[in-house]
Design a protein around this ligand. Structure first.
Ligand code: PLP
Length: 461
């Protein structure tokens, strides 16, 4: 890290000594320390020493409306003064909790009308699995419990959500829930398709899912969980037709379809909810977080279909309780912020903004594929991944000591852009306020940073 002011040094020392970071890299953390972010304004953030950066990752795929929004601040203040919190257990509720659930029902596909709240994406996925298990128990099908997930899928970090996550490297030295989750191939054409055409690769993936259901026994499989575009796994876009075909296979075997839209909802792909609007499927369960509040407050939501609700809401004679709930589920202040956030997304036409600027963004980013270490630029709209390779022909990655994406991240940071390096992929997922100027700056900085990295490493053209 470069020279720090005394104030930054003080924060950094406390940070280093007392704070265990999310996904801490203990190889570098203790020596290199952290960037202390102190302020945000629209799609810019400032560190504690006043250096300005374009926020190319919207915090962590979440600050969709941009930083420093005054309407949200005002809403928070008003709701906090009125009623920040009351529980929503049993017979208690609040206006924001009810209003938000109603708003979400109006945005989601037709049959998804019922919302259960939590505080983030992992918790929302946990709830999805618990609710589905409960549903099948209520239906008298107690064996229907297994979950099919995909390699490279990311679904969170609680015990259960971590087990749903198919990124094997994240599992190292942790325990997982045993015998629950089964993984199928990631729809990762760049590395998995081989000589197959897109259609052949899609057919292979769909058949593999069907075979997995049959192997486990349809009576034992509860659900399939999938992000419409895999995010943290490397911004992987499934082949054309994949969503519809996998959804149909699930319906055929009464396997419920969970669409994890923690990243893709609320405008990142130019739509509020992408499963239906972009990919034409109606999941049984929809998982939301991040863009739901644009990261201004922790909140997540698990939406379930009318069919599921009808079953789980039947009172039982022995014990009438649906015994699943969190102190902060349906938090009044969080729900009020989410409602205001959705109002802002709609009022400022941010989905339209994404659709308007995406073609120019993509044209500029795709051109990076001409550079000798860029294997593929992929994604959709404001969700991009750049995969780096040491050899374009074999698609071999750089040795881990080269740390290519971390190098590029550092070069971008020096030039005033934050992106996110994960393994061999750099991720860009900016606030939806990104305009032509921000796009041009991003393309320019990324290109110059890659060129700077090329100077430092050995490249097979
Ligand atoms: N699902 C997806 C698709 C995600 O990308 C994430 C987080 O990045 C999660 C779930 C977990 O959300 P959280 O970190 O809020 O628990």
């Amino acid at each position: 890290m470069s020279a720090k002011s005394k104030s930054t040094q003080d924060i950094w020392e406390k940070d280093q000594q007392y704070y265990i970071h999310n996904y801490a890299n203990f190889k570098t953390f203790k020596e290199e320390g952290s960037v202390i972010y102190a302020k945000g304004d629209k799609h810019f953030v400032y560190d504690n020493d006043g250096k300005k950066y374009l926020d190319g990752i919207a915090g962590l795929w979440c600050v969709n409306i941009g930083h420093g929004n005054q309407e949200i601040a005002q809403c928070m203040s008003e709701q906090a003064q009125k009623l920040a919190y009351y529980n929503t257990f049993d017979d208690a509720s609040t206006q924001p909790a009810a209003e938000l659930a109603s708003k979400l029902a109006s945005l989601a596909p037709t049959k998804l009308n019922h919302t259960f709240y939590g505080t983030g994406g992992s918790m929302a996925n946990d709830s999805a699995i618990k609710i589905i298990h409960y549903y099948f128990n209520m239906l008298g099908k107690p064996n229907k419990k297994k979950v099919i997930s995909r390699n490279l899928g990311y679904h969170g970090s609680t015990f259960l959500a971590h087990t749903l996550t198919g990124i094997q490297a994240t599992h190292d030295h942790f325990d997982l829930v045993k015998d629950l989750v089964h993984y199928v191939t990631a729809p990762y054409a760049y590395h998995e398709a081989g000589a197959r055409t897109e259609t052949e690769f899609c057919d292979f993936l769909v058949k593999e899912l069907e075979d997995k259901i049959l192997e486990l026994g349809a009576d034992n499989v509860a659900c399939f969980i999938a992000e419409p575009i895999l995010g943290a796994g490397g911004v992987i876009v499934p082949p054309e037709g994949y969503h519809k075909k996998t959804w149909e296979i699930c319906k055929k075997y009464e396997v419920l379809y969970i669409s994890d839209e923690v990243v893709t909802a609320f405008g990142r792909l130019g739509h509020m909810i992408t499963s239906y609007e972009k990919f034409g499927i109606e999941p049984d369960v929809l998982v939301l977080a991040k863009g739901l509040s644009s990261g201004y407050i922790p909140i997540g939501a698990t939406m379930v279909s009318d069919d599921i609700y009808e079953v789980i809401s039947q009172p039982k004679s022995d014990n009438p309780y649906f015994s699943h709930g969190f102190t902060y589920g349906g938090h009044a202040l969080a729900c009020a912020v989410a409602l205001k956030n959705i109002e802002i997304l709609e009022k400022e036409k941010l989905c339209e903004n994404v659709l308007e600027y995406s073609p120019a963004f993509w044209e500029g980013m795709k051109a990076l594929e001409d550079l000798p270490i860029v294997g593929e630029v992929r994604g959709s709209n404001y969700m991009l991944g750049i995969e780096f390779v040491a050899d374009k022909r074999t698609k071999a990655h750089f040795n881990s000591e080269v740390n290519i994406t971390k190098r590029i991240y550092q070069h971008c940071k020096e030039r005033g852009l934050i992106l996110r390096p994960i393994d061999s992929v750099c991720i860009i997922s900016p606030p939806l306020t990104y305009d032509q100027e921000a796009i041009d700056m991003t393309i320019d900085i990324v290109k110059n940073s890659i060129l700077a990295a090329i100077e430092e490493v050995e490249v097979k053209a």
